[in-house]
Ligand binder design. Sequence first.
Ligand SMILES: Nc1nc2c(ncn2[C@@H]2O[C@H](COP(=O)(O)OP(=O)(O)OP(=O)(O)O)[C@@H](O)[C@H]2O)c(=O)[nH]1
Ligand SMILES: [Mg+2]
Length: 262
Amino acid sequence: MFKLSSNLVIIPTYNERENVGKIIDTVLSLPALFHILIVDDGSPDGTAEVVREKQRQYPGLVHLMERKGKLGLGTAYIVGFRWGLEYGYDYIFEMDCDFSHNPKDLVRMLAAIENGADVVVGSRYVKGGKCVNWPADRKILSYGASLYVRMITWMWVKDPTAGFVGYRREVLETIDLDKIKFIGYAFQIEMKFAAKCLGYKIKEIPITFTDRIEGESKMSKGIVKEAVWGVLQMKWISFNEGFRRRERWGFLSKKEASQRSL
Ligand SMILES: Nc1nc2c(ncn2[C@@H]2O[C@H](COP(=O)(O)OP(=O)(O)OP(=O)(O)O)[C@@H](O)[C@H]2O)c(=O)[nH]1
Ligand SMILES: [Mg+2]
């Protein structure tokens, strides 16, 4: 594959026909160059067809991975991370397709990583961050979830469920991706918790999160339930085994990871 950028944005899609073309155009008009990987789960609305048109328009910059059915956000990101690592990207970002995350913020997030952060989180709950157009119940659920996660895990990330995140490649090489087991909001929490347990620096930068205007939400009760139990499980495992014995938690230590790559 011909490659000219060290930055990759992974965008998982399920029925995002109205948004996917626009988001690709917006990312590719940014002042920094990002390649795009769309992970589409066989969207019945023909999302992948729009992506193929964009591949013809921007040769070499847009990649498409098609999976057979709706397999969930977490596994979409895991296959995307593996793909990004395999093709040698240094900075790997994840972002929703529905414009809740403003692609323009990628530029500030990239700068934060280039300036030394290992993980950068586009955060609604640090000073300067906000949510726009979200109904009160979603705001309460999301903010309540972030307080709950902080209380249980003692991970002082203000927006632990955020799905707008950038990783330095070493972080994704070190976390044992086979052991990441959650798929919804809990996936986002688990990835940050894993990075924190491995001693990586997580930096939050303020973003404005806007509720989706086009397309349908895929939010479900199951995802919320997974997060509530998932956080307790994560804490239980880390509590039992201790942060220092993190290999028991299922992640490689940095030393093991470097030995593995020898
Ligand atoms: N590949 C893949 N993508 C998914 C799946 N579920 C959701 N997505 C995508 O993941 C991103 C986030 O999903 P949303 O439906 O916006 O979920 P949400 O942001 O929690 O819900 P809303 O705030 O109501 O929009 C979007 O780009 C979706 O198209 C899935 O099972 N597989
Ligand atoms: Mg959304």
